[in-house]
Design a protein around this ligand. Structure first.
Ligand SMILES: *[C@@H]1O[C@H](CO)[C@@H](O)[C@H](O)[C@H]1NC(C)=O
Ligand SMILES: *[C@@H]1O[C@H](CO)[C@@H](O)[C@H](O)[C@H]1NC(C)=O
Ligand SMILES: *[C@@H]1O[C@H](CO)[C@@H](O)[C@H](O)[C@H]1NC(C)=O
Ligand SMILES: [Fe+2]
Length: 461
């Protein structure tokens, strides 16, 4: 009896191993309720307009320079332009300083925006808590933020990762889980598709305003680093709106000139020990285009002795084994992937697919039409590709997967959630993904990143 039991176990083990060898990694067996995600109604608590005449609303922050000593403060006033000024002071100081910003409006079809304010504060101290105040009189509002440590190889820092957020009940759950995570990030890397206003008739831009009010509770206190997604294009010539990215660029400025970029849709920042490159999958990427030429020059500038962690953000993933948006990133991959391997990018974060997936370190740069060699190969110089398009927007979850799971896919699951990247020092970074159905600290997937420059060998899958 003992012997037959042994055989059963041996055969079972063999079958399991064979399955994992010729197929990919793990497709989560987690079973979730699949319901369509509904946008929160306009009178929801998260969209409440702050009290007071002309009170600043939709207050949000992003990095304001190349190295993390600057911050851009943005807000909207509805009744009149009001004050352009931001008053700010160090947490333990009485000396108040003033920075002056700009105000603008835009029109989209029949929608007229409020007064959109942007104010860049430069030359802040690193590692310092600041309070800041916007608005005047009884409508003044005060918030705070903490600047990052100086750029350097061992500066530890924690990033949150959120994508395709939208403004549904699920979006609210994702944001709440991010905020309640005991390892909540100090800055969010947002991989595109913000408000999904374009799902409404004539791209009802009031939904850009509600979105700004919804995320203010996080974004007024920590910078979100923006990436443009397809729902941020708002290209609608049929209603007289032929200018791509109009609402997005009017509302969400980024410090693109600081990295020599000619467009807010692609740029880079340094933050602590990370060098973050943001790309636009909805702009021209071909050889000789502005984005191509910028990226070609940009990658040469990255000094891994100063910023060991090379992170790329883009909206559309290159490696995606779901049935939806399958191979949409292929044209861009063919052009840029050799650089990512050559320059040893540590990780590439994308969204777009409304689910979660993490790849192995793989490269498909040997692919040639003539050779027909089209199987991604394991390559320790290649990035890990992670899709976190699982913020929870109105389009719902992507559940259809290509079968069998490709070898390059290490873990995939169609659940909403967020991820956390904890950079410890030049060699180690802990990464975890948290599905909304679990407790705030539960990790559904995790991975220990060894830096490609400082620790190029060994990686346990
Ligand atoms: C959104 O989440 C917050 C925090 O959990 C909660 O207080 C609020 O009531 C939620 N709003 C909606 C409309 O679900
Ligand atoms: C990774 O790809 C590069 C570029 O093709 C190649 O030179 C290198 O040998 C590959 N490394 C491994 C470990 O396969
Ligand atoms: C880097 O961080 C990891 C994880 O916390 C730790 O094990 C390792 O010793 C650190 N390395 C150095 C050089 O401090
Ligand atoms: Fe998308």
């Amino acid at each position: 009896m003992g012997i037959s039991w042994f055989y059963v176990v041996a055969i079972l083990l063999f079958i399991t191993n064979a399955a994992t060898l010729c197929r990919g990694g793990i497709t989560s067996s987690y079973v979730r309720k699949v319901e369509s995600s509904e946008d929160m109604p306009l009178d929801s608590d998260v969209f409440r307009v702050p009290h007071g005449y002309n009170a600043p609303q939709q207050v949000h922050l992003t990095q304001g320079d190349h190295v993390g000593k600057g911050v851009i403060v943005s807000w909207v006033t509805m009744d009149e332009p009001g004050s352009n000024k931001v008053l700010y002071w160090e947490a333990n100081s009485k000396i108040k300083q003033i920075a002056k910003g700009t105000v603008s409006t835009y029109r989209y079809h029949t929608y007229n925006s409020g007064y959109i304010h942007h104010c860049t504060i430069q030359n802040l101290k690193y590692n310092t808590k600041y309070y800041y105040m916007v608005g005047t009189g009884h409508s003044r509002r005060t918030f705070w933020f903490v600047t990052p440590p100086p750029v350097g190889p061992d500066a530890s820092y924690t990033f949150g990762l959120i994508g395709d957020l939208g403004q549904t009940y699920d979006s609210n759950m994702t944001l709440t889980h991010y905020e309640m995570n005991p390892n909540q990030g100090q800055t969010v890397l947002f991989v595109g598709d913000l408000s999904y206003a374009d799902k409404y008739p004539n791209h009802d831009n009031n939904r850009w305003d509600t979105w700004g009010r919804f995320v203010e509770r996080s974004n007024a206190y920590q910078p979100w680093i923006w990436t443009a997604g397809n729902h941020d294009v708002d290209f609608a010539p049929e209603i007289g709106e032929p200018e791509p990215f109009k609402p997005y660029t009017k509302r969400y400025p980024v410090p693109y000139q600081a990295s020599g970029s000619t467009s807010p849709l692609w740029y880079s920042i340094k933050r602590a020990s990370a060098y973050i490159i943001v790309l636009s999958t909805y702009s021209a990427t071909s050889k000789y285009t502005p984005q191509y030429r910028w990226l070609e020059a940009e990658l040469k500038k990255v000094n891994r002795k100063e910023t060991p962690w090379l992170i790329v953000l883009m909206h559309c993933p290159w490696y995606n084994s779901y049935g939806y948006h399958y191979m949409e990133g292929e044209t861009m991959r063919v052009i840029y992937e050799p650089w990512f391997v050559k320059y040893k990018v540590d990780m590439v974060f994308a969204g777009h697919v409304h689910a979660y997936e993490r790849s192995k370190r793989i490269s498909n740069i040997d692919y040639k039409i003539v050779s027909g060699e089209c199987t991604p190969a394991n390559n320790q110089s290649a990035p890990v590709y992670i899709t976190v398009g699982d913020g929870g927007n109105i389009e719902g979850l992507t559940t259809k997967m290509t079968e069998p799971q490709p070898k390059y896919s290490a873990y995939r699951e169609s659940s909403f959630g967020h991820a956390i990247l904890e950079i410890k020092n030049r060699t180690h970074a802990y990464y975890s993904w948290h599905r909304n159905q679990d407790g705030f600290s539960a990790k559904a997937d995790s991975f220990l990143f060894f830096n490609r420059y400082w620790h190029p060998v060994d990686e346990s899958y």
